[in-house]
Design a protein around this ligand. Structure first.
Ligand SMILES: Cc1ncc(COP(=O)(O)O)c(C=O)c1O
Length: 393
């Protein structure tokens, strides 16, 4: 097990992740596949352990944003099929083919480069990307996309295994835009069926669609945020699937002191003690992804009670008021006591969505922001089975 010497950790419950994935698996028809999206270091949860966990929990595919992410997972020994959801440049195609990585295909220069690959050897697998209204990647439905598909399906180096699109607004209560996208995508699905073209895995759904639009995900659900136990927005129907947050961000008090009234705290002394106050120092800051923009706004859990972060959050440290955690007759908070920045502490919960709201962003970004220098502790059957700390290997 890797070591680490700073008490700041992101605890990742593989137990919760497994239950979240199975909750979706159980909702899908037997023939529908599940892709676990592990891009961006598995939304901050760590790509390698997350990929393993997802594969064990029944994921048929892993999804990443670019080829290097796929190669990281292959190098860790994972054999589950991997789909690169984003752009793979022509110079990456031979590598993708050699390492058994499936690519998203939508550009003519990709086809030109594939045509030049040797015909012998295993085929490069690809899923053709259709832009049905996200305005991001993919071919617009219509004759040009049809010609592209026809050309792709004829290349001997290529297996066009799938075709997919992505919903832009499936997380909103009003599903009108998603239905429009589904109809546009259906024109391409019809074309494939009418012409007997090979794509067999035709897929459209992210977590939000998996929750609210199960009839419109096609043959594979691409599950991202919700495998991490988080809902894609406040507008999806939460009662449809019960999720458990997977990541908790934890640290410890590393210094505790009592200051008289009127003492300044942190850079710029944006906070002065209002009376005699017990101040705790935490070894976490914006260099860890605990954004400076939370200064003067964030709360943390100590002894299951909320206490405020005081003054400016530094790069590696920040300060909290300890008095608020102590009830009459209890001992003062001492160095070494656990602090939860988001997640669960006993019965108390500080949801990641609370930090996201304070930052004016979404839960996705907060977990993605957790820096590589925070060790990830993986918990299975209630026990820490691995600590991943890229700083010292
Ligand atoms: C193409 C594609 N499919 C699926 C997903 C998973 O989405 P979510 O995390 O909302 O489930 C993403 C994530 O952004 C994506 O870009």
């Amino acid at each position: 097990m890797n070591s680490y010497y700073r008490p700041t950790v992101a605890e990742i419950s593989l137990d919760a992740m497994t239950r979240n994935i199975r909750a979706f698996r159980d909702r899908l028809d037997a023939g529908t596949k599940l892709l676990a999206s592990v891009k961006a270091n598995a939304y901050g949860h760590g790509a390698v352990w997350t990929s393993r966990c997802a594969a064990e929990a029944g994921a048929d595919y892993l999804g990443v944003a670019f080829l290097d992410e796929a190669l990281q997972i292959r190098q860790a020994g994972e054999t589950t099929p991997i789909l690169v959801l984003g752009y793979v440049p022509p110079e990456g195609l031979a590598v993708a083919r050699a390492r058994g990585v499936t690519i998203a295909l939508y550009r003519d220069d990709q086809l030109d480069a594939i045509e030049k690959l040797p015909e012998r050897g295993p085929k490069l697998k690809a899923h053709v990307k259709i832009d049905s209204g996200m305005g991001r990647l993919g071919l617009l439905p219509g004759p040009a996309a049809e010609r592209f598909l026809e050309r792709a399906c004829k290349l001997p180096q290529l297996e066009v295994e799938g075709m997919f699109t992505h919903y832009a607004r499936a997380d909103e209560a009003d599903k009108g835009y998603s239905m429009m996208q589904a109809e546009r995508f259906a024109t391409m699905v019809d074309y494939v069926a009418r012409h007997g073209l090979p794509p067999t895995i035709v897929h459209a759904g992210n977590s939000a669609a998996g929750i609210d639009l199960p009839a419109h995900i096609g043959g594979m659900l691409r599950l991202g945020i919700s495998m991490y136990g988080l809902y894609p927005s406040g507008e999806v129907r939460r009662d449809e699937v019960v999720l458990e947050p997977v990541m908790s961000l934890k640290t410890q008090v590393v210094h505790a002191k009592t200051l008289a009234a009127g003492e300044g705290i942190s850079y710029g002394t944006r906070y002065f003690t209002e009376r005699q106050e017990s101040i705790g120092t935490l070894p976490i800051g914006y260099g860890d992804g605990y954004s400076r923009m939370l200064s003067g706004k964030a709360e943390v859990l100590v002894r299951g009670r909320r206490v405020p972060v005081l003054g400016t959050i530094c790069m590696d440290q920040c300060m909290i008021r300890l008095d608020d955690a102590v009830r009459e007759g209890e001992s003062p908070v001492a160095p070494g006591e656990e602090v939860v920045l988001f997640g669960r502490q006993g019965d108390a919960v500080l949801p990641v969505e609370e930090l996201a709201a304070k930052l004016g962003t979404i839960n996705y970004e907060v977990t993605c922001m957790m820096a590589a220098r925070i060790p990830r502790l993986y918990v299975k059957d209630g026990v820490v089975i691995s600590a991943v700390n890229p700083l010292i290997g």
